[in-house]
Design a protein around this ligand. Sequence first.
Ligand SMILES: *[C@@H]1O[C@H](CO)[C@@H](O)[C@H](O)[C@H]1NC(C)=O
Ligand SMILES: *[C@@H]1O[C@H](CO)[C@@H](O)[C@H](O)[C@H]1NC(C)=O
Ligand SMILES: *[C@@H]1O[C@H](CO)[C@@H](O)[C@H](O)[C@H]1NC(C)=O
Ligand SMILES: *[C@@H]1O[C@H](CO)[C@@H](O)[C@H](O)[C@H]1NC(C)=O
Ligand SMILES: *[C@@H]1O[C@H](CO)[C@@H](O)[C@H](O)[C@H]1NC(C)=O
Ligand SMILES: *[C@@H]1O[C@H](CO)[C@@H](O)[C@H](O)[C@H]1NC(C)=O
Ligand SMILES: *[C@@H]1O[C@H](CO)[C@@H](O)[C@H](O)[C@H]1NC(C)=O
Ligand SMILES: *[C@@H]1O[C@H](CO)[C@@H](O)[C@H](O)[C@H]1NC(C)=O
Ligand SMILES: *[C@@H]1O[C@H](CO)[C@@H](O)[C@H](O)[C@H]1NC(C)=O
Ligand SMILES: *[C@@H]1O[C@H](CO)[C@@H](O)[C@H](O)[C@H]1NC(C)=O
Length: 421
Amino acid sequence: MEIRPPFLLILLTFMLSYTPTISSLSANISPIKSPSASSPVLPSTIDPNQLKALNSLNIPTIKDPCSQSSIHNSTLCDSGKPFRHLVSLRLINCSDNLRISTNVLEYLSTLQELEFLNCPIPLVHFPAKLISNLRSFSCINSLKNLPGVWLRRFENLTDLTVLGVKVNARGPRIVLRNMKKLRSVRISHTNLTGYLPKKWNLNITHIDLSGNHLKGKVPSSLKLLVDLEFLNLSSNKLSGEIPTSVGNLLSLRNVSFASNSLRGSIPNSISDIPGLVHLDLSSNQFNGTIPKFISEMKELKYLNLENNNFNGVLPFNGSFIKRLAVFKVGGNSNLCYNHSMISSKLKLGISRCDKNGLPVLPPPYHSESHISVSVDVACPSPAPAHEGWHWESKIILVTTVGLSSIVFVLIFLVLLSKWCK
Ligand SMILES: *[C@@H]1O[C@H](CO)[C@@H](O)[C@H](O)[C@H]1NC(C)=O
Ligand SMILES: *[C@@H]1O[C@H](CO)[C@@H](O)[C@H](O)[C@H]1NC(C)=O
Ligand SMILES: *[C@@H]1O[C@H](CO)[C@@H](O)[C@H](O)[C@H]1NC(C)=O
Ligand SMILES: *[C@@H]1O[C@H](CO)[C@@H](O)[C@H](O)[C@H]1NC(C)=O
Ligand SMILES: *[C@@H]1O[C@H](CO)[C@@H](O)[C@H](O)[C@H]1NC(C)=O
Ligand SMILES: *[C@@H]1O[C@H](CO)[C@@H](O)[C@H](O)[C@H]1NC(C)=O
Ligand SMILES: *[C@@H]1O[C@H](CO)[C@@H](O)[C@H](O)[C@H]1NC(C)=O
Ligand SMILES: *[C@@H]1O[C@H](CO)[C@@H](O)[C@H](O)[C@H]1NC(C)=O
Ligand SMILES: *[C@@H]1O[C@H](CO)[C@@H](O)[C@H](O)[C@H]1NC(C)=O
Ligand SMILES: *[C@@H]1O[C@H](CO)[C@@H](O)[C@H](O)[C@H]1NC(C)=O
């Protein structure tokens, strides 16, 4: 009796692992010339040459890589006949000794999407046919040192991601100039040098060039990108002011200029961007007063202005601050808050204003570190915050019920003893 469940389990595992093997064997051993005539029931399977190519990349091919549940969703195929072809391939956690030859890539040149994730293998020449077909290329902590001239060949890309690998080019423009269909670009933490491009594909929606060594100004030609939803230029060496024309980016939702050397004041034109959700200007040298219109931006959820040179009275009230998921203004030593509008319980990391609108010195949290002075204010709407409240109220409820039942029992016992007398 006790042997039975494990036995069943083993049998089940055996059956499950064996069934796909059979189908892939039949695909391997008997190359079907006219599948419709010989076996109409059998679904079309992957091109045998592509199967060999996948094998050489250590991708498990026990199951047909075109079947829905391929390992980690790393492959995707078209519905071609007699053979299906790969359109998408993701290589994850490659072993150090894996080598990809141009030959193998030649077999895989039907790919439209190719992703390398944690595959620090040597760079290889990509065949022209693959380059022509690729729409999306992603290289995350992979391929070691990408020359700009190697990347710029991918002219048909709509999506480019390069993250955590060095890009050797004299600026993003060298890489991106010929990618006329680019909709989304992320070249981040690549130590890329040079200046921001003045020209972009006008249809671009996502730009992330964060974590590089880009210098110079933010070009005002950025205003032409009316479809731009996401702009992250944080952690570079950009200088100058944010161009006023930033207000033309009417589709913008998330923007970060954090950790650069930008100065000047927050442009008023930002109030023209109706859907702005995320604004990060932290760790620059912005100055002037913080404009009140920010509190009228209906969609705003994240506002980080910390570590700048803002001055004057913070023009927000407590209900606006509590509405945000994240609000940071610490590290602005000339900025202060009006304590009749904001409770000092919201530890903002700036000091209270005196009656002239100047910080009461010394600022209460100034002695603490620059980073930890700011405080995230939990937004009332997201679920986790709700769960937090739920927990607390549950504890209170349980404690209350517990205490009152003890009191009740005590009273009952006292009454009982009196009554029994
Ligand atoms: C695998 O792909 C299918 C269909 O595209 C998708 O529904 C599923 O969520 C994916 N699974 C994983 C783990 O990515
Ligand atoms: C890749 O490796 C990381 C840790 O090294 C692991 O967390 C992750 O699950 C692995 N992914 C796959 C698909 O094997
Ligand atoms: C881009 O794709 C088109 C067909 O869609 C093709 O004619 C062209 O050669 C491709 N460009 C490159 C650089 O491969
Ligand atoms: C960028 O440069 C820094 C310092 O020179 C180095 O530590 C880091 O590994 C480089 N990053 C990449 C992705 O090469
Ligand atoms: C931008 O997108 C529109 C359609 O959404 C298309 O007609 C146009 O050719 C695209 N322009 C560029 C430069 O890609
Ligand atoms: C911008 O990029 C940095 C680092 O790459 C990241 O920490 C930050 O969350 C990003 N900001 C936005 C708005 O996505
Ligand atoms: C945009 O910002 C919001 C608020 O901080 C965040 O929840 C969302 O994930 C961001 N979107 C992207 C694409 O980073
Ligand atoms: C901001 O700093 C600049 C110098 O970078 C200065 O010319 C300007 O007057 C300052 N503006 C305010 C409002 O303090
Ligand atoms: C707080 O500020 C917001 C935006 O300026 C305003 O709409 C709201 O009425 C103010 N609330 C209070 C209690 O003053
Ligand atoms: C603080 O707010 C009160 C009430 O809104 C106002 O009367 C006072 O002038 C403000 N103080 C400063 C320094 O702005």
